[in-house]
Design a protein around this ligand. Structure first.
Ligand code: 5GP
Ligand code: ZN
Length: 114
């Protein structure tokens, strides 16, 4: 997707602090961190949101969560605990229309919404 910010970050056209990359998944630090560790994990394939997932993306989403686990172990916060958030669509406040999972860690994350 030509106009997609995260596609540009994945291609290196916009700089980012890369945390992880493989053939299918890319992870980088959020530019406006909401916790001491705030990482975004995205598929390289442009998928607009969780609501636009197709059956063929099933394995890809599983891979994303395995990458989340790997990052948590490598960065040393797997045992302390962390939060994974996906905002999907307008009412959830999704601002970048490329599927992404926020990982928040490194502090007591406080009150839960649910
Ligand atoms: P959303 O609100 O869509 O769930 O999350 C989008 C996230 O992308 C926000 O947390 C925001 O700080 C982050 N973000 C927006 N622009 C950039 C950017 O240019 N670089 C990086 N690394 N993160 C960005
Ligand atoms: Zn994209």
């Amino acid at each position: 997707m030509e106009d997609c910010l995260f596609c540009k970050i994945i291609k290196g056209e916009i700089p980012s602090n890369k945390v992880y990359e493989d053939d299918d998944v890319f992870a980088f630090s959020d530019i406006n961190p909401q916790a001491p560790i705030h990482i975004l994990v995205v598929p390289k394939k442009h998928i607009e949101s969780a609501a636009k997932l197709e059956k063929e993306d099933e394995e890809l989403v599983g891979k994303i969560f395995m990458v989340i686990k790997k990052i948590a172990e490598e960065k040393g916060f797997a045992n302390d605990g962390f939060r994974v958030i996906n905002n999907c669509g307008k009412k959830a406040g999704q601002t970048v229309k490329h599927l992404h999972f926020h990982i928040l860690a490194g502090k007591d994350l406080g009150e839960k919404i649910i």
